[in-house]
Design a protein around this ligand. Structure first.
Ligand code: ATP
Ligand code: MG
Length: 229
């Protein structure tokens, strides 16, 4: 269990009468990349939210970065997310009033880095993603692809154990999407972070070492996505 950065056992999520996740077991090793694919409504986001400690499953257990989330309260889960988890969402989800640099620096400051350290690390992270020259611009002043690169920098700057990405390329064209995905995987691998990505895009899924298909709240198995997008 310790060598796994994520371990979920019999995770079940109900929203009223809807069973979103119907008993999922999943282990993810350090530095591994896993894609979760499957039809709309099959429970991908709900499962990811449980794995990341954003929601508490109705039943089942999740260990994240070696911590059993079961006994954790909301504040403990939030602290664990800030220190050990990075997120990339479909629409970058950066703070619109802050520059790209400040957006990325914020992730460091939230876990106690000094302002100077945070700015330095944020600058290097943006450089690594190829958007260092745009550091002073706000999210609304750059392209969608550039924004997603900044979001990837923010997700990795504090060297998390796992990055969760929900449709990280959903708002980008195929070429930009695969580039951002490659940069995400490369940066995560450099940082030693595992990646769990939810995607509809076979080209994105194909880039991950392991691909799982969800149907009706269950993981049906590993899928081959060798066909062209
Ligand atoms: N907060 C919620 N309240 C009620 N029902 C929900 C909630 N979140 C998700 N659901 C339901 O749970 C099921 C799984 O939803 P989920 O968002 O996990 O699917 P998904 O696979 O991520 O779909 P998509 O590909 O469209 O993003 C759906 O039937 C959805 O309507
Ligand atoms: Mg979803």
């Amino acid at each position: 269990m310790i060598s796994q950065v994520l371990a979920a056992s019999d995770v079940l999520v109900r929203f009223g009468a809807t069973t979103a996740v119907a008993g999922v077991d999943l282990e993810v090793a350090a530095s591994e990349s896993v894609a979760i694919v499957g039809p709309s409504g099959s429970g991908k986001s709900s499962l990811m939210h449980c794995l990341a400690g954003l929601i508490v499953p109705t039943s089942g257990t999740v260990h994240l970065a070696g911590v059993d989330l079961g006994p954790c309260g909301p504040e403990q889960r939030a602290a664990l997310r800030r220190s050990s988890v990075g997120f990339v969402f479909q629409f970058a989800d950066l703070v619109p009033e802050l520059s790209l640099l400040d957006n990325v620096a914020l992730a460091c400051e939230l876990i106690g880095s000094s302002r100077r350290e945070a700015v330095q690390d944020a600058g290097s992270a943006l450089d690594r993603l190829g958007v260092g020259s745009l550091a002073a611009r706000r999210p609304g002043q750059v392209s969608g692809g550039e924004r997603q690169r900044a979001a990837v920098a923010r997700a990795l700057v504090h060297r998390p154990k796992v990055v969760f990405a929900d449709e990280p390329t959903g708002a980008l064209d195929t070429e930009n999407g695969t580039r951002v995905m490659d940069q995400l995987l490369e940066a995560a691998s450099e940082a030693g972070a595992a990646v769990v990505v939810v995607t509809h895009d076979p080209a994105v899924a194909r880039r991950c070492a392991r691909r799982l298909e969800m149907r009706d709240g269950r993981i049906e198995g590993t899928v081959a996505v060798a066909s062209a997008p």
